[in-house]
Design a protein around this ligand. Structure first.
Ligand SMILES: Nc1ccn([C@@H]2O[C@H](COP(=O)(O)OP(=O)(O)OP(=O)(O)O)[C@@H](O)[C@H]2O)c(=O)n1
Ligand SMILES: C[C@](O)(CO)[C@H](O)COP(=O)(O)O
Length: 254
């Protein structure tokens, strides 16, 4: 059984909105609903655990009751840190669960292809994360804003979710992190620190985490049907038009 846990109990401070950003609407639906529907439409997933603010549980239960097509789900209260919210989710796992995926409620554009690939790899090797090769150069900068080092970009990946694990692996990792009072920014870092190797699964650059206001525009653009394909085809056809015009002018002069 594969259970997906959705941390969605944040405050969205960087979004500068008056509400939890996962409740903001994109194309007529709250971001969180898009995320839950993406997983519900994927055969690789059996059930959902939605983790929201303690004061949001009643509202989200009422909201999700109006959403057709969701996989079986629970709505529970989160906590003050993303990691603690997920820890609360782990305590609610179905005993039959053998693989756990953790996916940010704020990542509504995830595909079933990535979800399924993470499930398959997590079941095979115990731990898998979606990630994409870094496009920008990353630098280590000291407290005086001076560059300390420039890691080789060839080895750098921008990590996303879903992050998937065999249940025993993630439960042990979270228990160890709690014992050590370790706080990480993703689930994989907790698993890495107990000595488990984590496999990277190719993600999508469109699988963004809606974090700051401009991400809403980007997410909406991606949500419009095939916008990326249309843009690419439009650009490529205009480029090929320019090239053929130049060629014609060159050959006409000869
Ligand atoms: N205490 C927290 C903090 C975050 N999250 C969730 O973890 C995901 C990734 O976190 P982030 O993008 O940082 O969301 P926020 O913490 O809400 O954003 P900010 O840091 O800007 O406040 C989000 O879906 C968020 O709702 C959570 O469940 N519990
Ligand atoms: C888990 C994550 O989405 C991987 O990139 C990211 O670390 C979450 O960070 P946040 O600050 O909690 O959004």
């Amino acid at each position: 059984m594969v259970t997906a846990i959705f941390p969605a109990a944040g405050q969205g401070k960087r979004m500068k909105a008056s509400v939890n950003k996962v409740f903001l609407e994109l194309m007529g639906k709250p971001i969180l609903v898009h995320t839950l529907l993406a997983f519900s439409r994927c055969d690789a997933i059996d059930n959902l655990i939605v983790v929201v603010g303690a004061d949001e549980v009643t509202f989200i239960k009422a909201l999700l009751a109006t959403v057709p097509g969701l996989k079986p789900y629970k709505v529970i209260a989160g906590s003050t840190e993303r990691q603690y919210s997920i820890f609360n989710g782990l305590a609610q796992l179905n005993p039959a669960t053998d693989v756990v995926l953790v996916h940010d409620g704020a990542r509504p554009l995830v595909s079933c292809q990535i979800i399924s690939a993470v499930v398959e790899e997590a079941r095979k090797s115990g731990a898998a994360i979606a990630a994409v090769p870094a496009k920008d150069t990353i630098k280590i900068v000291d407290k005086g804003d001076l560059v300390e080092a420039t890691p080789d970009r060839q080895s750098l990946w921008t990590v996303q979710t879903p992050q998937g694990f065999k249940k025993d692996v993630i439960v042990k990792a979270y228990q160890q992190a709690a014992n050590d009072e370790f706080l990480g920014t993703d689930d994989s870092s907790l698993v890495e620190r107990i000595g488990v190797r984590v496999k990277v699964v190719q993600g999508d650059y469109s699988n963004i985490k809606v974090t700051t206001p401009e991400d809403l525009l980007i997410a909406e653009a991606f949500m419009r049907d095939g916008v990326v394909a249309k843009v690419v085809s439009r650009v490529s056809s205009s480029v090929s038009g320019v090239v053929s015009n130049v060629k014609e002018k060159i050959f006409r002069k000869r």
